[in-house]
Ligand binder design. Structure first.
Ligand SMILES: NC(=O)c1ccc[n+]([C@@H]2O[C@H](COP(=O)([O-])OP(=O)(O)OC[C@H]3O[C@@H](n4cnc5c(N)ncnc54)[C@H](O)[C@@H]3O)[C@@H](O)[C@H]2O)c1
Length: 310
């Protein structure tokens, strides 16, 4: 168990993540920080009072002041504005880059040795902002997107084949957006290639639905975007780090030549443990997957370059 984990942003994703962290007993104290007066305090008090019922002792604290996050070992950054219907993730870039920059500067001030999991969108570009303004090594600044995209992909596959989702092994790489890359060539059902069990047209439809997974939920909700699965995915990454699980998960990572990509954040398979990013698994891809991954990374690079002009 960590001593302190801080969630920045006490909105839908942040507050749900804080609750999941407490319920999993991953830290003695979970701090929620938000700019809105009263919201993190009220939600934190409410969550803390669930402890006797849910069986956790974690102190959940809310604050508008980063001093409450002093010495946190891990941050989950969800601050920002969420996507509205018809708005692309990239429309969010300027507002959220400013927000994530200010958050990164505060993290550096109160917890210079911390690990950072970024959730704010546009995800990969926000990882770039967080790394740039904390100055932390790449091992300690990772983004959550692939775990969520993979969860959606696995669910759709399990439903289509009427099999247990736990038997589906899969991974979605690339940037978090319409250019994400579900790896069909590595998708198996208990080791059986999915292509032997599902017709190509059905598989193609699932890949498309996965790519639009976030937008599908936004279209239903009308105000706001997904948060149950996103918070679960961010907490799965946190758990892998806190418990030193050495999980192999697709995470947005600052690439330095891996997959032929350099100086760009992109989702690739990594090993997560107590040191954060412990290894990048540079696996072989089909020509099409390689092409798609590069296209996805170049889309992220474009946003990184745009951010540098702000
Ligand atoms: N990476 C992913 O897969 C993924 C999935 C879902 C959502 N997201 C993104 O996560 C972010 C949060 O989504 P949400 O649904 O929780 O939105 P939300 O609007 O419910 O919550 C965002 C919170 O951030 C707070 N905030 C704004 N500026 C801040 C600042 N400077 N410091 C601290 N807090 C600040 C807001 O007051 C609000 O409470 C969005 O950018 C969204 O697009 C990413």
């Amino acid at each position: 168990m960590y001593n302190k984990i801080t969630v920045v942003g006490a909105g839908n994703v942040g507050a749900t993540a804080a609750q999941r962290l407490a319920e999993k007993n991953l830290a003695r104290t979970v701090v929620m920080i938000d700019v809105v007066e009263g919201v993190p305090q009220g939600k934190a008090l409410d969550q803390w009072q669930s402890g006797p019922v849910e069986g956790y002792d974690t102190r959940v604290l809310g604050s508008n002041d980063y001093d409450a996050a002093q010495g946190s070992e891990l941050f989950i950054v969800t601050a920002g504005i969420a996507r509205k219907p018809g708005m692309s993730r990239d429309d969010l870039v300027k507002t959220n880059a400013g927000i994530v920059k200010s958050v990164a500067e505060q993290i550096k001030r109160v917890a210079p040795g911390a690990m950072v999991i970024v959730v704010s969108n546009p995800l990969d570009a926000m990882c770039y902002v967080a790394r740039k303004h904390t100055g932390f090594p790449r091992e300690r600044v990772l983004g959550m997107a692939g775990v969520l995209d993979t969860a959606r992909y696995r669910m759709f596959l399990a439903e289509a084949m009427e099999v247990a989702v736990e038997d589906i092994q899969a991974m979605v790489l690339g940037g978090h957006g319409d250019t994400m890359v579900p790896l069909v060539s590595y998708t198996t059902v208990s080791g059986i290639p999915v292509t032997q069990l599902l017709a190509k047209d059905k598989l193609d439809a699932i890949v498309t639905r996965t790519r639009n997974g976030g937008a599908e939920i936004v279209a239903h909700l009308k105000t706001g975007s997904a948060y149950y699965a996103p918070s679960a995915a961010a907490v799965q990454m946190a758990e892998a780090i806190v418990l030193d699980k050495k999980r192999v998960l697709p995470c947005s990572t600052w690439l330095q030549g891996e997959y032929g990509l350099k100086d760009v954040y992109c989702g690739v398979p990594v090993k997560l443990g107590r040191n954060g990013l412990e290894q990048i698994l540079d696996i072989s891809l089909t020509d099409q997957e390689k092409k798609d991954l590069h296209a996805s990374a170049e889309a992220v690079r474009g946003i990184q370059q745009l951010i540098d002009t702000f």
